[in-house]
Design a protein around this ligand. Structure first.
Ligand code: CAA
Length: 391
């Protein structure tokens, strides 16, 4: 029996900040963003869109009624949770009308937790081959107006259905993880935005990659040329490109090198338009690669590097299965192009908007565009979500 990813869906905000706007407002050259970070635009959420609404929309894109009847675990990985106690997956389980005898939990370790979620899902399906596990990485990356990280913000959710005999890719059970106790990026409970030691975080990312890759190579006698593509956590694509160059052997033959760099370019297409989505960004890279590649084929191996500040990293791989293309979309870029462009003023208004709670803990919000689900109001400190009626 093989276990792996059977379906992948994605959702993001309906609003976008084009980086020309930000460059102009912050007195920067646009090339700093488009070349220096390899980013073109950022998804920005209104107050009525959060990790629950995006997670539900991403999953709604892929799930059938049969899936909902067979899912017995819902895992949400996030570092922008909405409650210290109640898991976001409990709301999503309800919004999606998944059968009741399911386990719903939330996992956290910065941008790494989605990978932990996939590992737990794999172990569960190994013991319960009929089970389907819904793993969703959902986050809003919010650094602060005029902060160094402002140009790398973003928002989105990637939903993955983990099953036996998957129709996209199988896990190859070769995971190598590493933990190091550092302060490169963290968000204490009392802060709505993270504390970031930016340059240090990039060094830690690259060093975690180098050392985890060395251990992976040792344990599995692996070469980079074993992989048709390598996907990376994408805080901003340029850092991942530095990562790819770091692990690329100098004497690699040109054909293998070109294949890896071409596939790298395909893996960053969506992130260039969306920004950092923290836990989901590695998997948005995977989705971008799979949906845009015309050359990948069944049997190809894809390496993945997961990194969460704090820090935990992991390298593992997937193998594509026959017919994987049929499980994917080819028109996703058109969705991204439909987002509403924000002026700097409107972006800053969305950024600063907070629930204005009455004494009894209630708030209502202006109407904003959202995906399939929206946060309608807060009543007595309880978040009320609705499904949007699209025409
Ligand atoms: N034309 C072309 N390139 C230009 C340019 C121009 N006009 N101006 C600047 N650049 C280049 C710079 O040379 C630099 O490239 P190199 O890194 O190759 O030298 C790049 O643009 C960025 O320039 P700066 O270093 O001056 O940029 P900055 O002050 O904006 O800081 C950063 C960059 C520290 C990464 C900042 O974006 C940041 O703090 N980001 C958040 C933290 C982060 O993403 N860390 C990544 C690792 S941690 C992680 O992975 C977890 C996570 O998701 C957060």
């Amino acid at each position: 029996m093989t276990i792996g990813i059977d379906k992948i869906g994605f959702a993001t905000s309906q609003y976008v900040l084009n980086l020309e706007e930000l460059a102009q407002a912050r007195g920067q050259k646009i090339e700093k963003y488009t070349t220096g970070l390899m980013l073109d635009a950022l998804s920005i959420t209104p107050i009525t869109e959060d990790i629950v609404t995006m997670a539900a929309s991403a999953a709604q894109e892929i799930l059938t009624e049969d899936d909902k009847a067979n899912i017995d675990m819902v895992i949400i990985a996030t570092e922008s949770g909405i409650d210290q106690s109640k898991a976001a997956s409990v709301y999503v389980h309800h919004l999606l009308d998944i059968q009741p005898f399911a386990r719903s939990i939330e996992m956290k370790e910065a941008c790494y937790a989605g990978t932990a979620g996939l590992n737990y899902a794999k172990l569960h399906v190994e013991k319960n081959p009929e089970s389907k596990v819904l793993v969703i990485a959902s986050d809003i990356a919010k650094y602060g107006i005029e902060s160094a990280g402002e140009s790398t913000q973003g928002a989105g959710a990637v939903a993955m259905l983990v099953t036996s005999n998957p129709r996209i890719a199988t896990f190859l059970d070769d995971n190598v993880a590493q933990t190091r106790d550092i302060y490169d990026f963290w968000r204490p409970n009392y802060s709505t935005t993270p504390f970031v030691d930016g340059i240090y975080s990039t060094k830690q990312y690259l060093d975690s990659l180098k050392t985890t890759w060395a251990e992976y190579q040792k344990r599995h006698e692996a070469e980079l040329s074993d992989f048709a593509a390598f996907c990376f956590h994408l805080p901003y694509p340029k850092l991942a490109l530095k990562g790819l160059n770091k692990i690329m052997p100098k004497d690699m033959d040109n054909q293998a090198k070109n294949q890896l760099t071409d596939n790298f370019d395909l893996s960053i297409q969506y992130s260039r338009q969306v920004g950092n989505i923290y836990t989901g960004s590695l998997y948005l890279g995977l989705l971008s690669l799979l949906e845009n590649s015309q050359t990948l084929k069944a049997g190809d191996k894809i390496g993945l590097f997961s990194y969460g500040s704090g820090a935990v990293s992991e390298i593992f791989s997937l193998q594509l299965v026959d017919g994987f293309k049929g499980m994917l979309r080819s028109d996703r870029m058109a969705d991204l192009e439909k987002r509403r462009a924000l002026s700097i003023g409107d972006y800053e208004k969305l950024f600063y908007e907070e629930a204005d709670l009455t004494e009894d803990g209630s708030a209502s919000f202006d109407t904003y565009a959202t995906g399939d689900y929206a946060l309608k109001s807060i009543q007595n400190h309880q978040r009320i979500y609705v499904r949007n009626e699209h025409d």
